[in-house]
Design a protein around this ligand. Structure first.
Ligand code: F6R
Length: 263
């Protein structure tokens, strides 16, 4: 595990974009797992800038988004389809054939749909680099507390905290989604490399539990402790409750000397 501490969310976004851009330059056909949400905005902004100003080429990159709200059509302004178009996909040269986002408008045989999403990841050869945010309750994707640590893509009922966090985005109470389709923890853990981003004081408790707490389904991000190649990039506020900050800094310095390619 590597922890990179950044002074603010702007620098966090730039650092995350640097990691993604390096991965794309090394492997132009990168299979990239993506998240949505406010934490991702700085990273997407910087990736769009790198595409425009430094010709970062996404033409062969294949993307898989983690999740989508159930019941929202792709043109709904709060859908993750809309978020991705608005903040990233419409501004870079990712081929529409290479983008995958769970379909929130499906009805009926959810299990079959979710199995087909898993199959599309497998058929593409698996995810090389998965980007994650984290919820206040420690969720990754929409794997809410008590999710099975071996779970696969499936329908998930959203927790009260998540619904509360979403309230401000929806005009009417009955419009707030209650469920989502999300990659499972087991799906996420199969990515070759994982990058989790967190900013702001509201994430400080979740970050400290995910990194320094016990492995528990009550904080599903703690499952990342089982993964062999995870980097957390957090700003000062989100890292404020970590007890071992000095150690993480030494690990980073030694990594820069011994295995700089990991950075
Ligand atoms: C969204 C996702 C979620 C978010 C998390 C943080 O695709 O997977 O886990 O990353 O809820 O959201 P923000 O960044 O809005 O605080």
């Amino acid at each position: 595990m590597l922890l990179v501490l950044k002074p603010n969310s702007e620098e966090l976004g730039r650092e995350a974009a640097r990691v993604v851009a390096n991965a794309v330059r090394r492997n132009p056909a990168l299979r990239l797992g993506l998240a949505t949400g406010s934490t991702m905005l700085g990273m997407f902004r910087e990736l769009v800038r790198l595409h425009r100003e430094e010709k970062l080429d996404f033409s062969r990159v294949v993307t898989f988004n983690l999740d989508e709200y159930l019941g929202l059509p792709s043109n709904h302004p709060q859908s993750f389809h809309h978020f991705m178009r608005q903040n990233f996909l419409a501004h870079v040269n990712v081929s529409p054939h290479n983008t995958h986002i769970p379909d929130g408008s499906i009805k009926g045989d959810y299990q079959r749909y979710c199995a087909s999403y898993e199959r599309s990841i497998r058929d593409a050869g698996g995810i090389d680099l998965q980007i994650l945010g984290i919820g206040r309750n420690g969720h990754i994707g929409f794997n809410e507390p008590t999710s099975s640590l071996g779970s696969r893509t499936r329908l998930k009922v959203l927790s009260k905290e998540t619904i509360e966090d979403n309230r401000k985005f929806f005009a009417a109470e009955e419009d707030i989604p209650q469920c989502a389709i999300t990659m499972g923890i087991g799906t996420i853990l199969e990515a070759k490399r994982i990058l989790l981003l967190a900013n702001g004081s509201s994430k400080a408790a979740a970050i400290s539990k995910a990194i320094e707490g016990p492995l528990t389904a009550s904080v599903t991000a703690s499952a990342l402790q089982l993964h062999g190649d995870v980097t957390f990039i957090v700003d000062q506020e989100a890292g404020a409750q970590l007890k071992q900050q000095e150690y993480y800094q030494r690990v980073l310095e030694m990594t820069a000397v011994l295995t700089p390619e990991r950075l």
